[in-house]
Design a binder for this molecule. Sequence first.
Ligand code: TYD
Ligand code: MG
Length: 457
Amino acid sequence: MAKLKSVFVCSQCGNDSPKWLGRCPVCGEWNSYVEEFISKQHLVKESSELSNFIPQQSKPVLLQDITTGDEIRMDTGDRELNRVLGGGLVPGSLVLIGGEPGIGKSTLVLQTVLKLNTYKILYISGEESAKQLKLRAERLEKSNENLFIVCETNLERIFVHINNLKPDILIIDSIQTIYTERIESGPGSVSQVRECSVALLKFAKETSIPTLLIGHINKEGNIAGPKVLEHIVDTVLQFEGDQHYMYRILRSMKNRFGSTSELGIYEMRQNGLREVNNPSEMLLTQNHEGLSGAAIAAAIEGIRPFLIETQSLVSTAAYGMPQRSATGFDIRRMNMLLAVLEKRAGFKLIQKDVFLNIAGGLRVSDPALDLAVISAILSSSLDIAIDRETCLSGEVGLSGEIRPVNRIEQRILEAEKLGFNKIIIPHNNLKGFDTNRISIRIVSVKKVEDAFRELFG
Ligand code: TYD
Ligand code: MG
């Protein structure tokens, strides 16, 4: 029987200490230390195992001598997922898909691998029984004769299955249910999660088998377990969206093989997730002709332009403190825009409740949304509707100036494609831009006052 040793591990950053600490000296988090038991045997092994990571004959090479060749990527058959991954699955990569329970992580992964007939896939399920997975696959109305399911949570036994089967892709659902015998603490604990993911990383790198980990999110919105999990893996994808909305967003939080500004959009249907290749459709399904408080923004997330509706409601504050609430938009930024509105448009918003909502449950960080947000608020406040054929794009500065935004041409073309007949853009974006081949009417503005005059007369 291996000797037990107890350590205290920070559940935020994974730092360990022989005694309990109230505050982690590394990440500064309070009350994050939990006690864990580690077998002596494991502690001795750790240092020798670490050296396995370093290739035996490593020697310095000149950067110019390194050949990259064309990176081979596996097509996942899902355009949204491919794009978020940076062009497909990289062999040997460890990808973490995180999200709240019930958001659709298992559904996303299962329906993706069900379509991949050409690869041998091993799906390790620690949460659902084989029967449940079969029922889900039936619901997704797809089948794949190369998909193997194992319900197992012991890492050592999982590796036996992998060795026997030699899959092309490995899926672990979820990392929090897997445990290794070498550590005494329970599944889902900091050291178990860390140990199992390090072992899986080593496996992925050595065999070039891409490995997908599914991970839970804790109540603070972080991936449960230590932050180190996010450091270990190559790519972190977050699957988010309101459970009550049908749209789901796959966001890249970290990617060693691609950009992190990519978004994948899905719609949850009765028979699985449907790719939303044209995100503007989220907007086009609604039609509130003549209603005040709505403005349409030409936004860009990642490489994709899309049109999104911003909605606002301004009403007289019933109680002393006016309420300010924003869904899908940074509340501090909204407060800044309200201050600009107050100063530049002379609107007394002090006694007003202001609610802001980005349609479809989307969270957008593109600053070009500012102009639409500020216009929606003013539209609600004045109770004058903005023409449905008009969209806006522009960042608002503190002095009320409209600042240029990136890739304006793409935004304009998207608006034109969707049948808008007018777009309001920053004046400075007109430079070096050929307006001849565009049929949509372009109105350029320098200040918020110009935009308001254009919209509300
Ligand atoms: P699931 O993939 O089990 O979530 P996670 O693995 O992230 O915990 O998703 C479960 C939810 O998705 C559940 O509420 C039912 C819903 N769902 C559908 O609406 N349609 C479907 O075809 C499937 C398979 C699930
Ligand atoms: Mg699941």
